[in-house]
Design a protein around this ligand. Structure first.
Ligand SMILES: C[S@@+](CC[C@H](N)C(=O)[O-])C[C@H]1O[C@@H](n2cnc3c(N)ncnc32)[C@H](O)[C@@H]1O
Length: 283
């Protein structure tokens, strides 16, 4: 973006950003609001854009043209009602995962006393669940050191340290006890599909958060295998999955002798979630 360009008003700026990033106006507005840390509805109320703001936007647009996700530039990501810190090198939470929280609320008859999240990333799910179930004790784990630093910051920012216990570990390693809710959005992209991911994902988001092995179920399988010894009686395990992995996951479940399971679709109509555990309709 040419920093010499004279941007008379927000309309000019939105047009320029939209052209530069080949994004529609709504997307350009969202990006500018995030970069200027302003509410979207308030954007056109800005009567002038300072030179400093123009330089900020200009530099950010150049980096975004190289594929850097806007969330890594602003250091913030919205997840449900919360604005979380996000560090470069940590998976950026997606809309599909926000919806997982809704489904869990619909399914659970009562608040879980104990929750285990495996692969917490920046901690979005654990933070959201800590607000939905304020009396629950949560253990949030991840194998990645940068993710652990990121979740620590979010837990501190949201004053959840007394509720969310953070552990750096590989899957269930070192985790004792049983949990009423086990939740995970593990890496689940089948290896052959990794190279087809958008540049902003494959070049900037961590491979350990994406690579699900040959068929995208390597970690899903480990989660399922641990279910018997980790889930409380009457507990629920909820896992986000690849939409094309339903059949293979069904085979894995039957091999483990697990018959009480169901799949749910996401907001885009794709099979996206596996729920394990006895299920009674909420009354
Ligand atoms: C798809 S990201 C999900 C992050 C976060 N829960 C979310 O929904 O935004 C998967 C996460 O699992 C973590 N992970 C990968 N392998 C793991 C393992 N063996 N044990 C624990 N965490 C793992 C990654 O570091 C990453 O943070």
């Amino acid at each position: 973006m040419k920093s010499s360009m004279s941007l008379r008003n927000m309309r000019d700026l939105v047009s320029t950003v939209s052209e530069e990033l080949k994004a529609d106006r709504a997307e350009a507005e969202r990006i500018i609001a995030a970069l200027l840390d302003r509410p979207l509805f308030d954007l056109y109320a800005m009567d002038r854009i300072s030179e400093r703001e123009q330089r900020t936007i200009s530099a950010a647009v150049e980096r975004m043209k190289r594929g850097v996700p806007v969330e890594y530039l602003t250091g913030r990501v919205q997840f449900r009602d919360h604005v979380l810190s996000i560090h470069p090198g940590v998976f950026i939470p997606r809309l599909e995962t926000e919806y997982l929280v809704e489904l869990i609320q619909k399914e659970l008859q009562s608040a879980p006393a104990t929750i285990l999240e495996i692969g917490t990333g920046c901690g979005a799910l654990s933070v959201a669940l800590a607000f939905v179930y304020p009396d629950s004790r949560i253990v949030a784990t991840d194998i990645s050191r940068v993710a652990i630093e990121n979740v620590r910051q979010n837990v501190k920012n949201f004053r959840l340290a007394s509720k969310v216990h953070i552990v750096q570990c590989d899957m269930y390693e070192g985790i004792a006890g049983r949990f009423d809710l086990i939740i995970s959005n593990p890496p689940y992209v089948p290896r052959a599909r990794l190279k087809k991911l958008p540049k902003s994902v494959k070049d900037f988001e961590p491979i350990t958060a994406l690579d699900g092995g040959e068929e995208g179920v390597e970690l899903v399988q480990k989660l399922i295998e641990g279910c018997g010894s980790r889930l409380s009686d009457g507990g629920l395990m909820a896992i986000e999955i690849d939409e094309e992995a339903v059949n293979i996951i069904e085979l894995l479940l039957r091999k483990q002798g697990i018959y009480s399971f169901r799949f749910h679709k996401d907001l885009f109509g794709r099979w996206r979630y596996l729920f394990i555990g006895d299920h009674d309709e909420k009354g």
